[in-house]
Design a protein around this ligand. Structure first.
Ligand code: NAP
Length: 250
């Protein structure tokens, strides 16, 4: 299989493509021959990623806004692969979790995935691929991130249900469930731990790494490789799955 042509002619949308896992996916799909559209709320990071490959373009769109997602896909027309990757993680003990924090986490991680998949599906060609970047937090609990865990569990449920609806069109939809992955989101989580516990950044990082049985952080490229595989020629029977990418954490 020639890695530079496996996605030739495919149109791919990656939400949250301006950084971290989404940026890595955008570059890899572009290098594999796809035309890639990345989205996010801030244009500056999107522009930086788009300058790294001529097959990447960008659009500013907030996944929590129904109008943004509808006009994004209406403007794009037919697509082959939609990756609902945008997300955010805020932390607090449940007893100190305000309603607006709960709602923010559900909106970006769960409602944002719903709107991305629903609007993407309207424009998806038969044989297309839908992917949601959930988390190991969609499969198990972690302390101090109950709204994030609830939202990511919801993403896994959404994917399992949708898989039953789309299988007849040779469309698949799967959830990727990375453990702690080396991205800006993780750096923000480490900064929060440092601010709230007085631990050093090294201690906080070591603690997060220790949750992975292999004792290291997951790399964005490992999540990307799974997405490429799901969009490859022999993955059509993988549908409705929540795939843990966590060194055996779960
Ligand atoms: N890093 C980890 O340890 C880890 C582990 C498991 C799962 N994940 C999941 O992986 C996904 C990607 O996260 P990451 O680690 O790569 O973090 P990241 O670098 O912070 O990326 C998140 C992206 O989502 C975008 N975004 C946030 N809110 C948005 C909104 N309302 N509308 C549109 N875009 C929005 C951000 O861009 P703007 O701010 O410009 O909008 C950003 O580019 C997330 O779903 C996250 O939950 C991460």
């Amino acid at each position: 299989m020639n890695g530079s042509t496996t996605m030739l002619g495919k149109r791919v949308v990656v939400t949250g493509g301006g950084s971290g896992i989404g940026a890595d996916m955008a570059l890899a799909f572009a290098e594999a021959g796809a035309d890639v559209v990345i989205t996010g709320r801030r244009s500056a990071p999107l522009e930086v990623v788009a300058t790294r490959h001529p097959a990447i373009t960008y659009a500013v769109a907030d996944v929590t806004q129904e109008d943004d997602m509808a006009s994004l896909f209406d403007h794009l027309g037919e697509v082959d692969i939609v990756i609902a990757n945008a997300g955010a993680a805020e932390s607090a003990p449940l007893s100190r979790t305000e309603l607006d924090q709960w709602q923010r986490m559900l909106e970006v991680n769960l409602t944002g995935t719903f709107l991305t998949l629903r609007e993407g599906l309207k424009h998806l060609r038969d044989g297309g691929r839908l992917i949601a970047v959930a988390s190991t937090a969609g499969l198990k609990g972690y302390a101090y991130v109950a709204p994030y865990c609830a939202a990511k569990h919801g993403v896994v449920g959404l994917v399992r249900a949708l898989a039953q609806e789309v299988a007849g069109r040779d469309i698949t939809v799967n959830a990727l469930c990375p453990g702690f992955t080396e991205t800006p989101l993780l750096e923000a989580s480490i900064a929060t731990i440092v601010a709230k516990t007085g631990q050093s950044a090294e201690q906080a990082r070591a603690h997060l790494q220790s949750t992975n049985p292999s004792g290291r952080l997951v790399q964005p490229a490992e999540v990307t490789a799974t997405a490429l595989w799901l969009c490859g020629p022999h993955s059509g029977a993988i549908n409705g799955q929540a795939i843990s990418i966590s060194g055996g954490e779960i």
